[in-house]
Design a protein around this ligand. Structure first.
Ligand SMILES: *Cc1c(COP(=O)(O)O)cnc(C)c1O
Length: 738
């Protein structure tokens, strides 16, 4: 094609990716799709769902369908300046959106992506944090150092500041009722950013609204509370953030005309949305002085009506995960009438001076979900009064985000897995792959590539840290940065174990280093080298969590010396989705060592499984379902029945001795399976069996198909059939009668 014609053609493709409505102009989706989606979300039947979450993670460097489309079409610019601006932004714009702290946010992002893929009518709401979550640096002597700077959402592809209808110069602002310190009614204001979670075919998207309270019209205290995700500098800031999320939902939906009947609370953080709805209903019934006219039974009746709209997912049995606030404090952010509702519905059974937001969420909903089978049992024990309505939907991960390019290519080459991108349930057809020599060879080659990418990343990082040492006062966190040749500190092909997640005491990141001599015994006995690659952030106010990071990096010297250089431990600072993606694909085994049953689900191990990487894990969370009697990896640690003792989080209750000893028992067998040629087929088989046994189940397509049942949406027959197919291989909760 002549050059000029090709350009015209490309401009045509680009124009088809442009759309506009009264609030803004967007890139990546067609006008038709925008209108279709919006008309569903604003239809009077309310046949859609609002997904409410404190954090939603969807960095562009791990999944970016619009950029991929541009690259496939070989488009790098346009003669139309507006289109050219979008193209440049989507090709070159910053990829990170630092609005997540860990697994909860990543799950939320993966959920929205699968909802977009499966065309489930949904809209999401979260907060926009101007500084986001912190950036982690690690110094060998100090440990974690946290730092946060502003990020610029306006520069980030797929995020748009909505403007007032028909007035591009004025941002849309919503008004959200609060209280001031004197208990007088006050208001906060939030601008609304729209982020689009677009599917890979660009023929479906889920809008995600980010409420930005840092606008000039908001009171200063609110603006300050809108800076950092999970700011816990004071209880007041914490409770303010919760209210910003929950009380902002209805004003945001109203401003955009969204009618969704069902609301999904991803964890209890946004539970204040219930208070507003209950008050709204009473106001409808009793008029403006409902506060004095409504009786307690009226309030309870209104709550029962509201409950019919709510689906709630509880994510953890760990105490720190549940919001309890002093009654006194709540007075400062909620109106007197909210207090009355809370008195009726949010009493904390342990402490009468507190309100308990988890209790409130538990009480007012139509379906309560735990995030794995085992977590269901634990939750039922923790909340016996609600045991009957607690069901399980085991978490998943978005397979298109987490499968590495090399593995994807291997999966693409085998007809057994045909159509795996669209329909991950086809992985069930991969039972024979372990005996298919051609597949085994493809798979191992892809794994080697992924391992190279990881090792290369680590080696370059070691060099970078060493160079930075001369420019900043940060002492490199890894001893290996001090080698004369840090650029080849780690060698590909060496058995590499990965561990990365938030550093929280119950996750016991340091468990396997409890007795270093025991850990090294099989390594020394056979001269088998091992790399341990660790990463993860601790919340800046979590001192014990930060101490764990220090403890882990402090093990490096002893490991190196006692193993005569065979055991190398590296810590990668500033864990994020991109690091997760290269780690879960590039290691040879993924380690998870939480105290059972405190890890409600865990999802990083599922990401490894998606890449055919076996897990070595405590029988907790999803692994109790994904272990398949050893077909997909290894288990260790105690498996006693769950009682109240099991929920202890103090150091003595964390069973370090017992569970580390159990790890040292299985470790030699794992090394043998990797290093001894006759045993290696066994290792490979466990790896590959993750495809039919775990990829089929632990994907968010299956998960949202199960949630769609709880949402009670009216869907077309074709869609009902598609969702049925996605979940037909697995029922998270055999007791659930939908
Ligand atoms: C997947 C992921 C997590 C969650 O890991 P868990 O094993 O579930 O704790 C946390 N952080 C990031 C960046 C992730 O990608």
């Amino acid at each position: 094609m002549p050059k000029q014609a090709a350009l015209v053609d490309k401009d045509k493709s680009l124009r088809e990716m442009l759309s506009t409505n009264q609030w803004g102009t967007y890139f990546g989706i067609s006008q038709k799709l925008l209108e279709q989606t919006w008309s569903k979300l604003t239809a009077p039947d309310g046949n859609s769902v609002v997904y409410i979450s404190m954090e939603i993670a969807a960095d562009r460097d791990v999944y970016h369908p619009i950029r991929d489309r541009l690259q496939r079409l070989n488009i790098t610019g346009s003669t139309d300046p507006r289109l050219d601006g979008f193209v440049k932004k989507f090709l070159l714009g910053p990829e990170k959106i630092p609005n997540y702290g860990g697994g909860l946010g990543v799950l939320a992002g993966d959920t929205l992506k699968s909802m977009a893929d499966c065309k489930i009518p949904a809209v999401a709401i979260s907060l926009l944090y101007r500084k986001g979550y912190f950036t982690q640096m690690v110094d060998s002597k100090i440990g974690q150092i946290s730092w946060s700077g502003n990020w610029e959402p306006g520069n980030t592809p797929s995020i748009y500041l909505l403007h007032q209808p028909g007035n591009p110069d004025l941002p849309l602002e919503i008004e959200v009722p609060f209280c001031d310190m004197e208990n007088r009614e006050s208001y906060a204001y939030a601008r609304v950013w729209l982020k689009m979670e677009v599917n890979s075919r660009l023929d479906s998207f889920v809008p995600h609204l980010l409420l930005d309270y840092s606008c000039p019209s908001s009171p200063e205290a609110i603006r300050l509370a809108a800076q950092n995700l999970y700011d816990s500098s004071s209880e007041m800031v914490k409770i303010t953030q919760r209210r910003m999320l929950g009380a902002g939902v209805l004003p945001a939906l109203r401003a955009l005309g969204i009618t969704s009947h069902t609301m999904h609370l991803n964890e209890q953080h946004g539970v204040a949305v219930l208070l507003t709805q209950i008050a709204d209903r009473l106001e409808e019934k009793f008029g403006p002085d409902y506060g004095t006219r409504a009786s307690d039974p009226d309030i309870l009746a209104a709550a029962a009506e509201v409950a019919d709209r709510i689906v709630y997912t509880i994510h953890t049995p760990v105490k720190a995960g549940h919001d309890r606030f002093a009654k006194e404090l709540h007075r400062m952010v909620g109106h007197a009438f909210c207090q009355r509702i809370l008195h009726l519905l949010a009493q904390d059974s342990d402490n009468h001076a507190d309100f308990n937001f988890t209790s409130l969420a538990m009480r007012v909903n139509r379906a309560t979900n735990s995030v794995s089978r085992l977590h269901k049992e634990v939750t039922q024990q923790q909340f016996p009064q609600f045991a009957d309505k607690i069901t399980a939907i085991t978490n998943g991960v978005h397979h298109l985000t987490w499968i590495s390019p090399a593995k994807a290519e291997a999966y693409d080459s085998f007809k057994e897995l045909h159509n795996w991108r669209e329909d991950p349930s086809v992985f069930k057809n991969g039972l024979g792959l372990k005996d298919n020599n051609r597949f085994c060879a493809f798979f191992e080659k892809a794994w080697q590539q992924d391992n190279h990418i990881l090792i290369d990343y680590v080696n370059r990082m070691l060099v970078k840290h060493r160079n930075q040492m001369h420019e900043t006062w940060i002492d490199p966190p890894n001893l290996l940065s001090h080698l004369s040749e840090p650029g080849s500190a780690l060698k590909p092909g060496v058995f590499t174990i990965g561990f990365a997640r938030r550093f929280s005491t119950y996750k016991r990141a340091d468990l396997i280093f409890e007795d270093i001599d025991e850990l090294l015994r099989p390594i020394l006995a056979h001269d088998w080298p091992v790399n341990f690659i660790f990463a993860g952030k601790a919340h800046p106010q979590d001192e014990p969590g930060k101490a764990l990071i220090k403890m882990v990096i402090d093990c490096q010297g002893e490991l190196l010396e006692k193993s005569r250089g065979l055991a190398k431990l590296v810590f990668i600072p500033n864990y994020d989705m991109a690091i997760a993606k290269i780690m879960v694909a590039g290691v040879h085994a993924w380690l998870n060592s939480p105290k059972r049953p405190l890890e409600a689900s865990g999802t990083s191990g599922m990401k490894a499984a998606m890449n055919g990487v076996p897990n070595i894990s405590i029988m907790d969370g999803w692994w109790a379902e994904g272990y398949h009697n050893g077909a997909t990896g290894w288990k260790f640690g105690h498996e006693e029945i769950i009682d109240s003792q099991a929920l202890q989080e103090d150091r003595e209750g964390l069973l370090y001795k017992e569970d580390s000893t159990s790890f040292y028992k299985i470790f030699p067998e794992i090394l043998e399976a990797f290093y001894v040629p006759e045993k290696h087929p066994d290792f490979l088989e466990r790896a590959i069996m993750n495809l039919p046994l775990n990829c089929t189940i632990f994907n968010t397509h299956r998960m949202v198909a199960e949630y769609a049942q709880r949402y009670q949406l009216q869907l077309s027959t074709a869609q009902v059939n598609r969702l049925e197919k996605l979940r037909e291989n697995y029922r998270s909760d055999p007791d659930y009668r939908g």
